[in-house]
Write a new protein. Structure first.
Length: 369
């Protein structure tokens, strides 16, 4: 009886690679767009990653071409895929406009042309197939060092701030979700707005999660920042990275950015150094209860002022996010860690650790007052 092993058929392997490359393409597109909010950059990097995967796996797995990499081989590959792209667009246009076929079916016809063009072009023009096989028990899997090296190079090359921000976004989404399903009342308070990325992300989270709990759409958002850096720091707040030139930003630009995202949600950005803006009672700004507090002000003195300010607003279930909890070489006698410990002792509150994220961010929930 004839047995068909689909993994030994070059066309089936080619289709599987197509699924993989498009998955990588789409994943990178989403990831880059979330970080940079630039759809052109996201599209280019996503497509490049997908194309790279198609080339490498097409060469080593689909068509088993083991000859050394040649630049001309890559050139032929790009030409074949360019022809496939142009051909797909032309075929789709002809089927839809020339023959009057429905646009979705026209796209499928164009896609079939591209698939066949790219397959046969890769097999007979780009990768001159040899019947070599890999003399190893693991076959294709033995070549995955390429993926490990690629992943390592990518992660090593990513700016740590990008990794931190991505994990911070996930942490904020979790906190907003937990607060929504627990029906915790109150507002969102952020101390240290900087460019407004976290503030905007929180607005987006509430907009999406209002489908789960419509009441959270009443959340008001308050952001406090000098928008001029730290100002004069005490000696105990001295830190090699916490300098004005690293944290100056434009209030007008941040406000414009937030305004575009806020839609129907109410927000207020309060400009000023904390010793001035937080000297007033929260009720002065219309704040009665806090459901989520995000402190990203880096230093002991600023965190102390923020925690003192929010004291009248906290309740059981209030989430407190501390973005630089392990700064100052992990000392509990400096920075935000010191301010938070003093806050707990003075107010007699109990907290539980919820999660840790990024390069030293921590989330707590107030479990008892």
């Amino acid at each position: 009886m004839f047995k068909f092993n689909f993994t030994q058929n070059s066309f089936i392997r080619y289709l599987l690679i197509g699924v993989l490359s498009n998955t990588l393409n789409f994943s990178a597109y989403i990831l880059v767009f979330l970080v940079y909010e630039n759809i052109i950059l996201a599209s280019i990097l996503g497509y490049t990653l997908g194309l790279t995967a198609s080339f490498y796996f097409g060469k080593t797995w689909a068509f088993k071409s083991f000859q050394n990499f040649q630049l001309f081989e890559l050139f032929k590959f790009l030409v074949v895929y360019l022809v496939g792209g142009i051909g797909m667009a032309s075929m789709t246009f002809y089927l839809n406009q020339g023959l009057g076929i429905e646009y979705k079916l026209s796209w499928i016809g164009g896609a079939l042309f591209a698939i066949l063009n790219n397959y046969f072009g890769s097999k007979y023009i780009v990768f001159k197939t040899t019947e070599q096989t890999v003399d190893t028990k693991f076959g294709f899997l033995s070549k995955l060092n390429f993926l490990q090296d690629a992943a390592s190079a990518f992660i090593a090359g990513v700016n740590p701030a990008v990794i931190h921000n991505l994990e911070k976004y996930v942490a904020l989404k979790k906190v907003h979700y937990l607060a929504a399903i627990e029906e915790i009342e109150g507002d969102y308070l952020e101390f240290g707005v900087f460019t407004g990325s976290s503030f905007c992300h929180s607005l987006r989270c509430v907009q999406k999660l209002s489908k789960i709990n419509p009441l959270i759409s009443k959340t008001k958002f308050y952001g406090f920042d000098s928008f001029e850096g730290f100002g004069d720091l005490d000696s105990e707040d001295d830190h090699p990275f916490y300098k004005d030139n690293n944290f100056e930003t434009s209030f007008e630009k941040v406000d414009t950015r937030v305004n575009k995202v806020s839609k129907e949600l109410e927000y207020k950005l309060i400009k000023g150094f904390f010793d001035e803006s937080l000297s007033k009672n929260p009720s002065y700004y219309g704040i009665e209860k806090s459901r989520i507090i995000f402190i990203d002000s880096d230093t002991y003195s600023s965190a102390k002022e923020a925690l003192l300010f929010i004291t009248p607003t906290i309740q059981e279930g209030t989430y407190i996010i501390l973005d630089d909890f392990f700064s100052y070489k992990g000392s509990e006698r400096k920075g935000i860690a010191k301010a938070f410990k003093e806050f707990q002792d003075k107010e007699g509150i109990e907290t539980r650790h919820v999660l840790t994220y990024g390069m030293g961010g921590v989330v707590f929930i107030i479990s008892s007052i």
